[in-house]
Design a protein around this ligand. Structure first.
Ligand SMILES: Cc1cc2nc3c(=O)[nH]c(=O)nc-3n(C[C@H](O)[C@H](O)[C@H](O)COP(=O)(O)O)c2cc1C
Length: 175
């Protein structure tokens, strides 16, 4: 082995580790039961993973699989849901049912944002998520985005922008 090679290798590895572990964590928990809602979550991921934003690790977990540990891992969260029967999807409700008490008092001031895909309305979902996140003492970064009416490609632009905004704000320490 060349003299000095090994220590150099170790030094580079530790620097890499430090950079990687210093990265902040953005969690996306979104229900995507249809091709359109699948496009929305992909657009959100695309925005959050923009190449200009380097200091953020982004993780998407469907709500039925998301655990309290995922929430405790996160420095910020984007929630996505459909509106069903005037309320958030059962999947997102199940997520809140399971994470609420394990995360209560451990995730205060968690910055979060919401997008809602609804046929006609979306307001019941916005209000319901607002009540639960108020209980958790999470901090909304912006008003919920309600994507209602006939599906339009511009919804994907809104989700991409949301992902980018959350990741960039987290990276720069604004949230
Ligand atoms: C069982 C069911 C209940 C729904 N309830 C509502 C509702 O209460 N309000 C609303 O605006 N849209 C409602 N929708 C429409 C869904 O929100 C919409 O179909 C879903 O977001 C998927 O959007 P997409 O058709 O663009 O894939 C409902 C859809 C289903 C299947």
């Amino acid at each position: 082995m060349l003299p000095g090679f090994f220590p150099l290798f170790i030094a580079e590895t530790s620097l890499y580790d430090r950079v990687m572990t210093d990265r902040k964590h953005l969690l996306i928990v979104a229900h995507n039961p249809s091709p359109n809602t699948q496009k929305l979550v992909e657009a959100t991921m695309r925005g959050a993973s923009h190449e200009a934003i380097e200091g953020i690790e982004v993780k998407f977990v469907p709500p039925l699989q998301a655990t309290p540990d995922d929430v405790l891992w996160a420095d910020a969260i984007i929630l996505g849901t459909t509106e069903n029967f005037g309320y958030m999807s059962g999947a997102l409700k199940d997520f809140f049912d399971r994470i609420y008490y394990p995360c209560l008092e451990r995730t205060e001031a968690m910055p979060f944002a919401v997008y809602i895909r609804a046929g006609l309305d979306g307001s019941g979902t916005r209000i319901a998520i607002g009540k639960i996140t108020t209980g958790l003492k999470w901090k909304p970064v912006q008003e919920s985005i309600i994507l209602h009416g006939e599906y339009r490609a511009e919804f994907e632009d809104q989700c991409e922008e949301l992902g980018m905004l959350m990741a960039a704000s987290l990276e720069s320490g604004i949230i």
